[in-house]
Design a protein around this ligand. Sequence first.
Ligand SMILES: Nc1nc2c(ncn2[C@@H]2O[C@H](COP(=O)(O)OP(=O)(O)OP(=O)(O)O)[C@@H](O)[C@H]2O)c(=O)[nH]1
Ligand SMILES: [Mg+2]
Length: 217
Amino acid sequence: MVVQVKPNTSHSGKTMDGTQQKVEANILLLGAENVGKSALTVRFLTRRFIGEYGDIESIYNHNDKIGGREISFNIWDSLYPQNCETTESITEKHLQWADGLILVYSICDRSSFDVVRQQVHRIKQAKKTSGVSPIIIVGNKRDLQHRRTVSSEEGRLLALSADCGFFEISAAETYHGVLLVFHQLFDLIREARALKKGGIKGIVRSVSAVFGRKRAE
Ligand SMILES: Nc1nc2c(ncn2[C@@H]2O[C@H](COP(=O)(O)OP(=O)(O)OP(=O)(O)O)[C@@H](O)[C@H]2O)c(=O)[nH]1
Ligand SMILES: [Mg+2]
């Protein structure tokens, strides 16, 4: 059950008194069933791997700090629907809401890799005119090497061909990999926003803000 769908509100910059305003980022997790979408979400939220997660679809809020700045993540842990086509399951509502997407497959489930391939295609088609939100493709369950059916190379190539980020991780084994996924996606979201706002100058400004350097004129 989806508990809350908020409109896409993204804030950045400073308040009137000069203090840093909280930045919001809406992140949507997609992928076939049983690949670890909930495991990834819960790892990021609690640092823990609890094993079983049930069939719950929800949007969670999580506050984090990146580069000294407060980030408010809204994370939509979706359910893969049983009764409709892979591509139909991603609606306009999903895409309008999301500032960034994490597409998860399991390295030991080839059909889940095919689902991600179809989902990337669908997202790119749908957002052709309005610009695509950044996507990171994640091959999960890296700890199950002996059951691997999707090579790292295949994952990397798909990501490269679709202009997405790529990670192979094990939500079961480490928190660090999961953290990297969310933080890298946030960086890409920030770049995309800067580009929308002020072209290449916007990116320079946003990078300078994070690393605390003076902007090169
Ligand atoms: N070995 C291993 N098992 C994992 C990993 N991540 C998740 N699992 C297991 O895979 C199963 C499915 O994980 P979920 O997080 O519920 O998967 P999901 O994609 O949310 O599934 P749905 O909500 O049904 O679509 C659970 O039994 C998890 O314990 C991992 O990195 N390694
Ligand atoms: Mg789940």
